[in-house]
Design a binder for this molecule. Structure first.
Ligand SMILES: [Fe+2]
Length: 616
């Protein structure tokens, strides 16, 4: 029995397919459309999920949409009525979208699926599976609990907002998920963090990561000001915002004049200089977020006595807060859904269809059921070779062992490699399927990768992929972190103390001073965003790092997403080749094919590789 889950129309549309309870495919629309955070109906993602299993809509038992649009509509109406006539312009803008596609979602979905089925199987009677509409936070909770390794767990979901809920708590037992309590809009930890993201000049819904990366440069000087004015945090972690400081409920902007007055300046315009003020603001809101998360976790542990915790919702991507939560040992075990934003809710929806609607038993997998989150499209050697021959790109085919030895050498020489391996990752992080890799010991790696490959000057260091069994030799952490969602301190003996003068340096200058024997992945506060690599989950990536360890003694490599600034992560060999040719990457590896930049033809306009190809 196949169940299809979809999330769409807000941000990060996605489709996920579950077969008899097993997660078989999950993919975001942006990877096909090449439009970052694409929120349109995920037609390409759905097409791919069906094609990958060789099925059409007649084989789908049920389609689950990840939320209840009418409840969201009710929130919009009620919120507008509470502040009217203020917020009229944003209300009208929202209504235009609602009247066009969201309000009559069921018939809209019906129409879309009918035409898809017509396209897939022409000349047959259209068969549309039944629709189920889950709830936004229930979908988050399901995406966190069902694939987790636990048979009983507390589930904490925190995001901007769903229908009404912004924070929700649940207990999962066997195949059931039951609600505990929730906090409703407009009181939202996700929106509070996004308001500060906006205030510091970053994009809401994607720049939160940058704000988190900025925090270690600052001092949490404004924590008290935030807590005295913006957010009232109770002992149990529940909270209330003073909504007069915000505008997200009644306008296009996130923060109000009162907010700007409180901090004594207007919001930063994107791309203008970041000052110490912004770094202190980032550190302060990070500290407040951690306080709320810790308090919520403590009260949930006390209230339920359950020893496992699952996290989901956009706030669960705050890997610094996750790391703090881990080190506090409030719960015995923590598991975080790698696609914890709304894309992952498509998966949550599909799993609700299986476990709740169909009441199917659940057997937790001791590792988890996400298959390393390698749930997207994959291309075998034959397909890669066919493509490379088509565009006349010179390449060398190598067997695995020679390839890994060769790549270990190239990494050691300081070369930057595009690594394309197996099924693509589901969720926002590259985890060794579509990654750009380098040597973390190399002092220049941070600026080389940023300026020559990613075309940005980032204040964020890169993240390490480390062999699972070596994690505690390199970092103050002894648990697995397969999805790069935990930040941990770099092992003290690997760290280098800063001189007084070096500590006084500003911003990126500070990052350029090596702080450890792994400078490319060590942040200014000696922390790193760790991914542990498991031998069975991603064997080829594991063997590659192991070969690097064999050559250099270092069990970690730099891993950054395979894309350039502003683009989604590459999906196909063609996306990867384009990215390779448009950047100063030295080597591209497509499964077992190695391409050297020096051997590639010079880039001319209208090169064949720039044209679209239909890949089989
Ligand atoms: Fe959400």
């Amino acid at each position: 029995m196949y169940i299809l889950g979809i999330s769409a129309y807000y941000h990060d549309s996605a489709a996920s397919l579950v077969k008899n309870g097993d997660i078989v495919v999950a993919v975001q629309e942006e990877r096909f459309s090449r439009k970052k955070h694409d929120s349109r109906f995920p037609i390409n993602a759905i097409r791919y999920t069906l094609k990958s299993q060789n099925i059409d809509l007649r084989d789908i038992e049920m389609i689950v949409y990840y939320e209840k649009p009418l409840l969201t509509f009710e929130r919009l109406l009620e919120t507008y009525l509470a502040v009217a006539p203020r917020g009229l312009r944003s209300f009208i803008a929202a209504m235009q979208v609602w009247l066009k596609e969201k309000l009559f979602l069921k018939s809209e979905l019906n129409r879309k699926f009918k035409s898809l089925q017509k396209e897939l199987v022409p000349n047959t009677k259209p068969h549309i599976p039944k629709f189920l509409f889950s709830e936004h936070h229930l979908s988050h909770a399901a995406a966190a609990y069902y694939p987790s390794p636990f048979d009983e767990s507390v589930i904490l979901c925190m995001d901007g907002v769903g229908e009404w809920a912004t924070t929700s708590t649940w207990v999962g037992r066997k195949n059931e998920i039951n609600p505990l309590w929730e906090i409703s809009f407009p009181h939202s930890l996700g929106l509070l963090y996004s308001a500060f993201t906006y205030y510091c000049g970053f994009k809401v819904n994607s720049g939160e990561y940058k704000l988190m990366g900025l925090a270690p440069y600052g001092e949490p000087k404004y924590t008290k000001l935030i807590k005295d004015n913006l957010i009232d945090i109770k002992e149990d972690g529940t909270f209330k915002l003073d909504i007069s400081y915000f505008k997200y409920h009644r306008g296009f902007r996130m923060t109000s004049r009162k907010f700007h007055k409180l901090f004594g300046r207007l919001s930063r315009k994107g791309e203008t200089e970041l000052s110490q003020f912004h770094m202190d603001i980032a550190a302060s809101i990070q500290a407040v977020t951690e306080e709320v998360v810790l308090k919520l976790a403590r009260s949930l542990r006390e209230e339920t006595g359950v020893k496992n915790l699952c996290l989901a919702g956009g706030v669960a991507l705050n890997c610094v807060a996750n790391g703090v939560l881990l080190r506090e040992n409030i719960f015995d075990n923590i598991w975080i859904q790698p696609a914890s934003g709304d894309a992952g809710s498509s998966l949550g929806g599909a799993l609700i269809g299986w476990h709740q609607y169909h009441q199917k038993e659940r057997t937790p997998n001791p590792n988890d059921s996400m298959k390393g989150t390698y749930l997207g499209p994959e291309f075998n050697n034959d397909e890669v070779i066919k493509y490379l021959k088509k565009i006349n790109a010179p390449f060398h085919t190598q067997n695995d062992q020679d390839l890994f030895d060769q790549l270990a050498d190239e990494l050691d020489k300081g070369h930057v490699i595009g690594w394309f391996n197996g099924p693509m990752e589901f969720g926002p992080r590259s985890l060794g399927a579509r990654s750009i890799i380098g040597d973390p010991r190399n002092q220049k790696m941070q600026s080389t990768m940023n300026l020559k490959i990613k075309y940005r000057e980032s204040f964020r260091p890169f993240a390490p992929s480390v062999l699972e069994e070596d994690v505690s030799n390199q970092f103050e952490m002894s648990v697995k972190s397969p999805y790069m969602l935990l930040v941990a301190p770099v092992k003290e003996e690997l760290c280098k103390k800063m001189t007084y003068e070096q500590e006084k340096l500003f911003g990126i200058e500070k990052l350029n001073i090596p702080r450890s024997s792994l400078p490319a992945i060590t942040h200014v506060d000696y922390s790193a965003r760790v991914q542990t690599v498991n031998k069975t989950t991603n064997p080829r990536y594991y063997e590659l790092i192991n070969a690097f360890k064999g050559k250099t003694g270092c069990p970690a490599i730099v891993n950054t997403s395979f894309n350039v600034r502003g683009e989604p992560i590459v999906c196909t060999p063609q996306d990867a080749y384009r990215c390779f040719m448009r950047t100063e990457m030295d080597i591209l590896v497509l499964q077992n094919q190695v391409l050297y930049k020096r051997e590639q033809p010079k880039v001319e306009k209208d090169e064949t590789w720039m044209q679209e190809f239909e890949l089989d």
